[in-house]
Design a protein around this ligand. Structure first.
Ligand SMILES: Cc1cc2nc3c(=O)[nH]c(=O)nc-3n(C[C@H](O)[C@H](O)[C@H](O)COP(=O)(O)OP(=O)(O)OC[C@H]3O[C@@H](n4cnc5c(N)ncnc54)[C@H](O)[C@@H]3O)c2cc1C
Length: 509
């Protein structure tokens, strides 16, 4: 088959690698001079910072993404280290103990901080184990057949029973059922800020998935209880470009071609079947299959055109809950800040009002760092990502894609200073160690992702709202990537692009 891949981000590269490896003729198009989409990183003055990833989930051997890289033949090219994240709240920090203290250390720590919620924390722990068991069964169901599949389904039903009465609850309801303290509730739902999803609109039981205990202490065992396996977080040695290089190598080794600095301007369709693509360079390339990634609205309104799509489908595209963007400051430092920041990735929350702060952001008001920020120090795991003896640090906050008042370009320097000022409350003296600063606003991310509205992680996982199916109403046209499923994230994007490609190959055989 002649295959065209629109977009060389994590999704497009995964599909391209799988299709090229299966022996098909693959051409990958991207407007950027380098492949990777938001994984291409940023280099300046000897520093390299990651853009679209901090810690990646499930990249290990026997884990979902690790298995995909194994199947593609590139797992040896992606060196990873188990890692964990640290949380800082206004009144306390969640720091893993110096000496490993067992899988329940976080529950015990939180019980000391919130004695009134000791019973709730015990109940939460029991359900966390049940949920992890359920996820383990679901993951393993893929390869099961016959009697094995029957037993796994029976097991799954049994594991689901305790959750049945709460299946339609939102995260706010689930949290207040477990805990009295609003501060403790915020501990478990604060990460929803990164999803632009107010807790009142988030599927309640998915809170367990946001709080993998292994993500707070990488020393936890994989098997936390009988039949309950957790996934780990990892840093990628060399940063996200290592992942991009590994996938590009697979594609090139199987004769796939890259058309960088060339983007698709139209998808040609005849009799509801894709015929090929036109590009900005005035070229036409024929195709039997097109796998599109990137913006959903841009793909379907501009590249396909409304006349080729059923009106309900267009409505679905227009109603997709697309997230907003990110304000990112990369700094090069002449010292190592990790004794203060405490690790490679720390989430600093300066408010417990997660619901209010997300809703405010959705009105176009930027919080400037007042409600919190995330820091990532890639050079801690890969010293080569900074000049000798120096360190790179990324600070970011979520932000509106478009400001209610003013514009990103003219306020970029002001917001950079504001964010660094807030950061100095937690990392004193940071500014006097800065040797290089690079600020990226939503405008930069719009350009990088070739979208009119930048969505940090794609679709917001809002309860009751779903993405569009990967198989489109047009024969031969498939849609993958962060705007095709709620939640985004590199791991999710790689898994769904790989699974979609498997379906394309099954249909073609
Ligand atoms: C700042 C930031 C931080 C993040 N942090 C995390 C994190 O900590 N954990 C996590 O799991 N995820 C994180 N993510 C999300 C994750 O990185 C992304 O969801 C994932 O990498 C998206 O991959 P993608 O291929 O879907 O999209 P992209 O990387 O956006 O790639 C799409 C590509 O398609 C190209 N394209 C668009 N239109 C066309 C066209 N017409 N023709 C040709 N090419 C086109 C674009 O230029 C782009 O290169 C982060 C994202 C960002 C932006």
């Amino acid at each position: 088959m002649q295959v065209i891949i629109i977009g060389a981000g994590a999704a497009g590269l995964t599909s391209a690698a799988a299709l090229a490896k299966a022996g098909h003729s693959v051409k990958v198009f991207d407007p950027n001079p380098k492949p990777g989409g938001v994984l291409q990183g940023w280099q300046e003055n000897g520093f390299t910072w990651d853009l679209g990833q901090l810690l990646v989930e499930g990249f290990g051997k026997g884990e979902p993404v690790g298995d995909i890289f194994e199947a593609l033949g590139c797992s040896d090219d992606i060196e990873i280290v188990k890692d964990d994240r640290r949380y800082v709240f206004p009144d306390f920090n969640i720091d893993k103990p110096e000496q490993y203290q067992g899988p329940k250390w976080r529950m015990e720590f939180l019980s000391q901080q919130f004695p009134e919620d000791k019973v709730g924390l015990e109940r939460y722990w029991k359900d966390y184990i049940r949920f992890t068991r359920l996820m383990t069964i679901v993951r393993h169901m893929g390869g099961a057949t016959g009697i094995q599949l029957f037993w796994k389904r029976m097991n799954m039903l049994a594991s689901m029973l305790p959750f049945a009465s709460r299946k339609d609850w939102n995260a706010e309801q689930v949290m207040s059922d477990y805990f009295k303290s609003p501060q403790l509730q915020a501990v478990f739902i604060s990460i929803l800020a990164d999803f632009f999803t107010p807790p009142s609109q988030f599927q309640g039981l998915a809170v367990f998935a946001l709080n993998s205990e292994a993500s707070f202490d990488a020393r936890l065992p994989k098997r936390i209880a009988r039949g309950a396996d957790q996934l780990f977080l990892y840093s990628i040695k060399g940063g996200t470009t290592t992942l991009v290089d590994a996938l590009v190598k697979v594609i090139k080794n199987h004769h796939g071609q890259f058309h960088l600095n060339e983007y698709v301007t139209a998808i040609q369709i005849d009799d509801n079947q894709v015929k090929g693509v036109k590009t900005n360079l005035g070229n036409f390339y024929p195709a039997d299959i097109i796998v599109a990634s990137g913006g959903a609205k841009e793909t379907f309104h501009q590249l396909v055109g409304d006349t080729y799509l059923p009106s309900e489908y267009i409505q679905q595209v227009d109603n997709l809950p697309i997230m907003d963007s990110i304000f990112m400051v990369h700094v090069g430092l002449d010292y190592d800040p990790s004794p203060t920041t405490g690790g490679v990735c720390t989430y600093y929350y300066r408010t417990y009002d997660i619901e209010g702060s997300i809703k405010e952001s959705k009105t176009g008001v930027y919080h400037e760092g007042k409600y919190g920020f995330v820091i990532h120090q890639p050079s801690l795991r890969t010293p080569e990502m900074a000049p000798k003896g120096q360190h790179g640090l990324t600070l970011y906050t979520i932000c509106p894609d478009k400001l209610a008042t003013g514009d990103w370009e003219s306020q970029k320097d002001y917001y950079t200073e504001k964010l660094l000022t807030y950061a100095e409350d937690s990392i004193p003296g940071l500014r006097k160690h800065i040797v290089t600063t690079v600020t990226l606003t939503p405008l930069d991310f719009q350009q990088l992702t070739h979208t009119e509205h930048h969505a940090f992680g794609g679709l917001a996982p809002i309860q009751g709202k779903s993405g569009i199916p990967h198989e489109t109403p047009i024969s031969g046209l498939w849609f993958v990537g962060h705007q095709s499923e709620g939640g985004g994230g590199v791991s999710a994007v790689v898994i769904q692009a790989y699974q979609t490609t498997t379906r394309i190959l099954e249909k073609a055989s």
